[in-house]
Design a protein around this ligand. Structure first.
Ligand code: ZN
Length: 308
């Protein structure tokens, strides 16, 4: 007996809830560790001699810089390096959950050893990317401190530079925090984006659910599509459309930067899937409501073009 639309909708909602939870946990974990790293590095600046005018005094010695570098490497490894490992380890746990979802909704696609290998490869690329931005941040800090000593810069200025390189402020994330956050998000989402398409191909399916909830920061593009089912051709046609936040091919990036929506394959024989989407209790602003209405018209226009 084919799965009912209601059962499919529940399973899809559970899958995207697990995905959202994981993405949020990763962002929090990265932020916590980069903030802690920043505090530790700021504290290590106390080793410098500061004059009464708040400027750094003294000349840098080779020994001091070598020791400082050694300390930085250790601190980055302990805090950031460990977190990058943990975050990418957790990718694996979601793969099992995703496989159960595919089974549960009767998508006739089995995962192969090759899929697992591709997964491990994309996981190690993500880890490598996280490590690279970490190394760059560490080198930037070393250069900022050395420069600070050489030019007798103000202590506050060096502190500010370190903040900009690492975690930044609540309003304005530092470079490492925003880069690492983006790498973790993209690594996770892009792998599953590919799996969704692969599963659909193997199962001979041509319909996809724009899955995931709507939150306060959702784009009009996502709000207009969330909870609706589209054919492969309809989704392809979105690529010719321009919207606020468009980042890359819709199969890879969906709504754009930081989009948590997924295009989950839908078996052909289950009929219409009705998935309620909601707006996090907050009503839409008139401006957003207007943008969503425009997106809805764009969807209709593009779908009509496909049907013609
Ligand atoms: Zn989205």
């Amino acid at each position: 007996m084919p799965i009912t639309p209601k059962k499919y909708a529940d399973a899809a909602a559970a899958e995207s809830a697990r995905m959202t939870e994981l993405l949020e946990a990763h962002q929090e974990r990265l932020e916590r560790s980069i903030r802690r790293l920043e505090q530790r590095i700021q504290r290590s600046l106390n080793q410098l001699q500061i004059g009464l005018d708040g400027r750094i005094e003294g000349t840098p010695t080779m020994t001091f810089m070598q020791e400082y570098r050694r300390q930085l490497v250790k601190e980055f490894d302990e805090l950031y390096g460990t977190t990058a490992q943990e975050v990418t380890q957790e990718f694996r746990q979601h793969l099992d959950e995703y496989e159960s979802f595919i089974k549960e909704v009767d998508v006739p696609a089995r995962f192969t050893k090759r899929d697992r290998n591709v997964f491990e490869m994309s996981r190690s690329y993500t880890l490598n990317d996280l490590e690279q931005v970490g190394d760059k941040a560490r080198q930037d800090i070393e250069a900022a401190v050395l420069d600070g000593i050489l030019t007798g810069a103000s202590f506050d200025e060096v502190e500010q530079q370190i903040r900009d390189i690492l975690a930044g402020t609540e309003e304005d994330a530092g470079r490492l925090l925003s880069q690492a956050g983006r790498i973790a998000h993209d690594g996770e989402m892009q792998f599953y984006a590919r799996m969704n398409v692969t599963a659909a191909q193997r199962g001979g399916m041509s319909r996809f659910l724009y899955a995931g909830t709507i939150v306060g920061s959702s784009r009009a593009f996502c709000i207009a599509r969330a909870g609706r089912v589209f054919t492969r051709e309809e989704i392809d046609a979105w690529n010719s459309h321009n919207w606020r936040g468009k980042a890359c091919d819709v199969w890879v990036c969906r709504g754009g930067y930081n989009c948590r929506h997924q295009l989950l394959p839908v078996p052909d024989d289950i009929g219409a899937v009705e998935v309620p989407s909601w707006f996090d209790d907050a009503p839409m602003s008139p401006k957003l409501a207007d943008e969503v209405a425009k997106e809805q018209r764009a969807i209709d226009r593009l779908s009509a073009g496909v049907a013609a």
